[in-house]
Design a protein. Structure first.
Length: 228
């Protein structure tokens, strides 16, 4: 059994979530957006109860283009805590998704869950750790804790930084490797680094496949899974 990772201290004032949700829906000029904008708070409430013992303090959750429109979701901590979920999460064939033993979970709900893990880390530590936030022991701890609760067929191993490769623009691309000691929960396989950074999606998930990014790596254009 994987232990629940550490959480921010104290109970969150849940009435704040209701206030945020009401204000967000009132502010929408478009009916479809109003529905989505309410959904994201409903999911925040659901996941906070299911996995975070209601200890995450509610924050704004906005359905909006993330910075440069480049990522499916973002979590910000300073100076204001908020989460952004890209409208693209409601498009394409990805409108339903299985999540371990649960079926029919909306993929946008899973992006909300992903961002809430970032928020849990930030609220616990007073900010994000500078290392890759998808390879920290805390991140891997949350992935394993939630995966086991819902029967995801993956175990997440601790990662260590491998040799950095430079791409054509001289940008260093981090390479992550599994630590040797990675034990695998029975009935599951070890998640790849991409699946670890795209938790809780499996690599073949429609939302990921339909939103691949083109990156230039060593002069070649390569499709990579989206970031969030
Ligand atoms: Zn992330």
């Amino acid at each position: 059994m994987f232990k629940q990772p550490d959480l921010p201290p104290g109970k969150a004032p849940l009435s704040n979530l209701t206030k945020l949700r009401d204000v967000a829906a009132i502010g929408c000029i478009d009916n479809e957006l109003a529905i989505r904008q309410t959904q994201v708070y409903d999911w925040f409430e659901m996941w906070n109860e299911a996995f975070f013992s209601n200890r995450l303090r509610p924050v704004h959750v906005n359905v909006s283009l993330t910075d440069y429109g480049a990522t499916l979701g973002r979590c910000f901590y300073l100076p204001v805590q908020f989460i952004e979920i890209h409208p693209q999460c409601w498009k394409g064939n990805a409108d339903h998704h299985s999540f371990g033993s649960s079926t029919d979970v909306h993929p946008a709900a899973l992006v909300v869950l992903h961002e809430m893990i970032h928020l849990a880390e930030a609220q616990l530590q007073g900010g994000f750790s500078d290392a890759n936030c998808h390879a920290t022991p805390l991140w891997v701890g949350w992935c394993n804790f939630i995966a086991e609760q819902v029967d995801l067929p993956l175990t997440y191993g601790r990662m260590k930084r491998g040799k950095a490769k430079a791409d054509a623009d001289g940008r260093r691309a981090n390479v992550w490797k599994h630590e040797k000691d990675a034990g695998v929960r029975p009935g599951t396989r070890l998640a790849s680094y991409d699946e670890t950074r795209c938790f809780p999606f499996l690599e073949n998930a429609a939302l990921l496949q339909e939103n691949k990014e083109i990156r230039k790596i060593q002069g070649k254009e390569v499709e990579v899974l989206p970031s969030f």
